[in-house]
Every structure is written in C-alpha cells, then in structure tokens.
Write a protein that binds this ligand. Structure first.
Ligand code: FES
Ligand SMILES: [Fe+2]
Length: 366
C-alpha cells in the first residue's frame, strides 16, 4: 500500500455542497504521487469497459484493451466461455495478442510462447535445459470479467464498496433509455485520441456543457447547453438534453450522456451508442478510446449518417483535446491552486470530484 500523498490533506478531502465547493487542487492533476495513489485506490477495483460481447461471437475471437495503462485481452475459449487476462506473457512480459480477430491459440509476439485460449501455457520453445521449469504451472494472469447487457467489463481486484456496482448501473440506465438498451447496438469503429493531460481534466471537461459556446461553436448551433439537465446517482451521473431537429449526423430525440465513475462515458442518441473510456497513462497523459456502436449500419441512409457522426464527433473531440491540453498547461503553471464551480452548470463536475474525495477518504480509513 502506498502512503497517502501530502497533496491529499484532510482539509482538501472534506466533502462540501456544490454551492460551497472548490475544484480539486491543481497539484492533484500533476503530482506523480497522487497519480500512483489513484491507480491503486481508484482504478485497481473499478470495473473498466473493454468492449462488447458481439465482438467475441465465436470461439477464438479476441480483443485487446487497456485498463489504467495495463494491457488486457478478452477471448472466447473453446468451451464458449469469455475470459479476460492481462495481455502480458509470463516469460518476459511481451504481448500475447494485438488488435482483434480470431485465433486458435495465443502466441506471444516476443519469443513465441504459446497459450491455450483458457490462458494455460501450452508450449514454450527451447526451454529444455532450463531447470525447474514446469510449463504446466504457468498461465496468463486472469482478470475478473463482468458481462452485463453484453457490455464487457473487467477489473483486477476484489470487492470495493467505493466503486459502482456495474450491473446495477447498466440496469438503471437501460430502464431510463428504453426501448433501446446499451447492449442492443453493434460496434462499428474505435477511434483513439492520445492527450497530454491528466485523465481528470478530460473527465471534468466532459461533465459540463458550460464550455460548449466557447469551445464547440458548431455543436452550439444544434444544441442548447442551457437545456442540459444534470442528475446525479450513486457512482454515476447523467446529462440529459434533447436534439430538437435532426441534423446530418444525428436524429432528433433524447440525448443521454452518462458518466460512470471513474472514467467511463456512455453517449446515447437515437440508434447510436458512443462509449468513451479515459485511460490514464501518466500524471499528464491519457488516451480516450471512442467506440461507436449503432443499431443499424447497412442502409445507405444509415451509412451516410454514420460518416457524418464520425466526422462531427472527431471535430468536437479535437476541440476538447486542444482545450484540455491547454488546461493541463495551466494546472502545471504553478499559478493555480483551486477555483470555484458554477452552481448552475457544474453539478456533474462536482459529483465526480466528490466521488473522488470520498474514495480517498475511505482509502485513508481502511
Ligand atoms: S516474452 Fe513472451 S515469449 Fe518471451
Ligand atoms: Fe467539449
């Protein structure tokens, strides 16, 4: 267990209501000790979205992902069971899978050790002569897998009351967004964005529409952020609005922007689900994986709308990347301690920041 960093002092961990709240201190976005503490206390037990069961339809289908910078893979084995492992070879930590596809065995890209789809080591070439080496005792390190409404979540360690019970969250979201459900969509494409900012900068930014008029003029034309309603729940929050009239990219209807603590976003529009997972890669680096899912992808009209959605999504994301990187520079400048939140517009940011403080408080008490 790492020591609680000095930057997480008791007074900074105290809870407060939105109208009284201060933002998280700038140092929490830059301090390597805070980052390491987060990996241990926030991410180690949090369910992390890695994909959709549709992508693993047959035995041998696999996909790779990252959880908090650790490479992982999921594969459907020969007995039709989906399993999740660290994508880390037991020899010298090479990758046993890359990308996605179908395979009969998992072969490490470094020296060719071969694993069965259940993770057991089947063959380690040229290891004869190595004493006390027993391949039958070696296997890929497993991860806990949770499949809920076809979404695949993994985590690496036991129970924690501090992070959302993912099955409950998915059920509550589905009750709200019906008749579509999160699992009813099919993955169309993944787009990843590397960013020079702390993962929390991106999360804070996602959780308010306050910046839309300044940062996203094109988006401001099709939606009115003042109509956003923010609701908060145990372990997740929702920004809800409606798109009044259809555009080339979107059909008219309800828009739901769910955030599941600590780093998962589920953006639901009629016929479309876009998931964003913010993967911390260092105190001042992260990557966001955008997975675009649709109910319908075959018709010409659907394809046209998808093309528009992807290109509009990219435009908005590039704008967010640029502002988040500038914010990171500001946070690192040494001139910023803490700021105040808009009681009117930043309820989602406050909820996230309170969840984080609460995790830290509980970690300290244990
Ligand atoms: S690291 Fe995998 S075979 Fe060497
Ligand atoms: Fe934005």
């Amino acid at each position: 267990m790492t020591e609680r960093p000095d930057a997480l002092s008791d007074s900074l961990l105290a809870a407060s209501s939105l109208d009284q709240a201060w933002t998280l201190p700038g140092s929490w976005y830059t301090d390597p000790a805070v980052y390491r503490y987060e990996l241990e206390h926030v991410f180690a037990s949090a369910w992390q979205l890695i994909g959709h069961r549709n992508s693993l339809a047959k035995a041998g289908d696999f996909l790779v992902s990252d959880i908090a910078g650790a490479p992982v893979l999921a594969v459907r084995d020969r007995s039709d069971k989906i399993r999740a492992f660290y994508n880390v070879c037991r020899h010298r930590a090479g990758p046993v899978a890359t990308g996605h596809g179908n395979c009969t065995l998992l072969r490490c890209r470094y020296h060719g050790w071969v694993y069965e789809l259940d993770g057991s080591l089947r063959h380690a070439p040229e290891m004869d002569g190595t004493r006390n080496f027993d391949a039958t005792t070696i296997g890929l390190e497993g991860l806990e897998l949770g499949v809920t409404d076809s979404l695949l979540f993994v985590r690496n360690s036991g129970e924690s009351a501090l992070v959302a019970d993912i099955a409950r969250v998915v059920r509550e979201i589905n009750d709200r967004i019906g008749p579509q459900t999160l699992g009813s969509h099919r993955l169309y494409q993944r787009v990843s964005y590397d960013m020079r900012c702390n993962w929390k900068v991106y999360v804070d930014n996602y959780l308010e529409g306050y910046h839309i008029p300044q940062v996203h003029p094109e988006l401001a034309e099709i939606l009115d952020y003042r109509q956003y309603v923010t609701e908060t729940f145990a372990g997740y929050s929702l920004q809800h609005s409606s798109i009044e009239s259809a555009t080339a990219a979107y059909s008219a209807g309800d828009a739901y922007y769910y955030f599941v603590f600590p780093n998962i976003m589920l953006n639901i529009l009629p016929g479309r689900l876009q998931t964003n997972v913010v993967i911390p890669l260092g105190p001042d680096r992260c990557r966001v994986d955008f997975d675009y899912y649709y109910l319908e992808t075959e018709s010409a009209a659907a394809r046209e709308q998808i093309t528009e959605d992807l290109s509009f999504g990219d435009l908005v994301q590039q704008q967010d990347v640029a502002i988040c990187q500038q914010v990171q520079t500001g946070l690192s400048s040494g001139s910023y301690e803490r700021g105040r939140l808009s009681a009117k517009r930043e309820a989602g940011v406050h909820h996230f920041q309170e969840c984080l403080r609460s995790v830290f408080r509980n970690a300290t008490q244990r």
